[in-house]
Design a protein around this ligand. Structure first.
Ligand SMILES: C[S@@+](CC[C@H](N)C(=O)[O-])C[C@H]1O[C@@H](n2cnc3c(N)ncnc32)[C@H](O)[C@@H]1O
Length: 285
């Protein structure tokens, strides 16, 4: 199951640590639409003994957890952390050491603003068998469902994922962010929308640069609001749009007027496929 580790252990036998009997899979659940779950994630979830899950994991995906598995909500909303990160790290180690197959289920991708790196550091330090199963991160999922290609040969040669959870006072390299020809995606940025847009303009980004605010992306509740660095912040206040939400900035946003394909109201093609994901059977050799 962990071929690389087996290779390392047999190549460097004197370095073989005492492994614990269980394992932890850090699993990305994707941005919301349950059908964006990977097959590998699906297989780990349905085979789990213990699942620790976050706030942004969709209800449909939670229904895949076996009835006999133990499940724990350890989610975090902005200022309300139900369980401290250190306690989550330790409980992953503790469960694995009792021989359980543990799934740590996170929204999006575990290694993108998901603290998966910190959890993995603790697990590796404690010689726990661990693997990472990437998920579709919110930037990819939400942009795709809003008809915004994050890169485009004519408009954006690079894309940057940025935390919008900022301490105001200038820790960001705004000059670097305020460059044309790139797309910026701010996670956790809604409360700082005005500050982000103003800072980019103060550092030279054109005020007419298109901006999209995507809330509850890839779900049947998806909302997409578009404007510019000047018009969008003045049109919205924190309470006006649902959570979670993502800010996309750059010329590619203008393409959504033509490429917008997803209709959250509609079932089936070009809308939300309203199927119970439990009915999907996966059989891999
Ligand atoms: C703590 S970060 C976790 C990101 C996650 N690990 C990922 O790869 O998408 C949470 C932020 O992701 C963004 N986000 C996650 N899911 C989203 C969705 N369905 N629609 C819009 N934004 C989303 C929001 O900016 C939210 O505040």
């Amino acid at each position: 199951m962990f071929p690389y580790r087996t290779f390392v252990d047999s190549t460097f036998p004197d370095r073989i640590p005492e492994q614990c009997p269980g394992s932890v899979s850090l699993v990305g659940a994707g941005p919301g639409d349950p059908e964006l779950l990977t097959l590998k994630a699906y297989r780990r979830i349905i085979d789990a003994d213990v699942v620790l899950y976050d706030r942004l994991v969709s209800a449909e995906i939670l229904t895949l957890i076996p009835a006999g598995a133990q499940r724990y909500y350890v989610g975090k909303a902005c200022s309300n952390h139900s369980v401290a990160q250190e306690d989550i790290n330790q409980s992953l180690v503790d469960w694995a050491q009792t021989g359980k197959k543990v799934v740590r289920l996170k929204g999006g991708d575990p290694f993108i603003f998901g603290r998966g790196g910190e959890e993995m550091e603790t697990l590796v330090a404690n010689n726990v068998n661990v693997e990472v199963i990437p998920g579709i991160t919110a930037a990819s999922g939400c942009a795709a469902y809003a008809g915004i290609p994050l890169t485009h040969r004519d408009h954006a040669q690079s894309v940057r994922f940025v935390t919008g959870h900022l301490k105001q006072g200038g820790e960001m390299d705004w000059s670097c962010l305020a460059q044309a020809g790139q797309t910026l995606v701010f996670y956790m940025g809604l409360g700082n929308l005005q500050y982000i847009c103003t800072s980019l303009m103060d550092h030279g980004l054109a005020s007419h640069t298109p901006v999209a605010l995507i809330a509850q992306g890839t779900t049947r509740h998806q909302q997409v609001h578009t404007g510019t660095l000047t018009s969008l912040p003045s049109g919205f206040y924190n309470g006006d749009i649902g959570s979670p939400s993502l800010i996309v900035i750059g010329d590619v946003v203008a393409l959504s007027a033509r490429l917008d394909w997803f209709d959250p109201e509609k079932k089936g093609c070009c809308g939300f496929v309203n199927e119970d994901v439990k009915n999907v059977s996966v059989s891999l050799a």
